[in-house]
Write a protein that binds this ligand. Sequence first.
Ligand code: FW2
Length: 289
Amino acid sequence: MEIVSPILTPFNSDGTINKEALKQHATNLLNKGVDLIFLNGTTGLGPALSKEEKKENLRVLSDLSNKIIFQVGDLNLNNVIELIKFASDYDLRAIASYSPYYFPRLPEKWLIKYFQIIASQSRHPVYLYNYPSATGYDISAKLLSKFGLELAGVKDTNQDLAHSMEFKTTFPKMKVYNGSDTLAFYSLLSLDGTVASMSNCLPTVFKEMKEAVARGDARKAMTFQKLITSLVEMARKYGQLGSLYVLTEITQGYKVGGPRPPIFPLDETESKDLRTEVENFLKGLGVST
Ligand code: FW2
């Protein structure tokens, strides 16, 4: 049972990556009980990073590389292959990729081919990042099975837990994580773990939820899930990706820079309102974050 943190990418105001903040944040998350870091994911603004920035993120976290799943997806397959080659010098847990996106009506065969090429190039285990509502394509267990493609793992960002569980029943050896914050408790209970963006700002809550699941205390674990879901609702009012930078600063006590347009930072009033709401909410609960 693992907590995987899709780490946010901290940007400076000039749009460059704040490397010190990235290192500090990753180290803090792992110290507080997060098991693995998902680098260049959605929360890390992966689709908006250049190939050089994706490499840079891994260089910055090279000391922690065996705790990293390195996301390499791109619409330019040459970039994907270059990133896989680059990654081969690092001792990674896995590489991962979302499917091709944007282009409509891609034949199933082409989607599968993309992952077959990745698998043929990588010396590391390959994890599928399936996010149908973002990419427009569902790389389901049925589809993998239809083409006989076995991958080492999957992060399924899906509100349908049965869809994630189908990977496990079809491929018992596959590592299966659900990527929805609102299903983190159920993912810890029934899958190999959760990949949850809220673990950026609530690492200790996630760790305690995992411990509660491990000792069979579902009621306690549910209280943590409710807290996580409440924070998601607060964050979504202002745009969840931008809000996460503010939430992380509030709960972890250090600056993690800001997002980069087209993911815009919260303005001063929004940040203040979010801070007030979150601090008031957490005050009564007596939980560590
Ligand atoms: C990532 C995640 C979590 C997301 C989820 C989507 O890479 O950021 O899939 O937060 O909104 O795994």
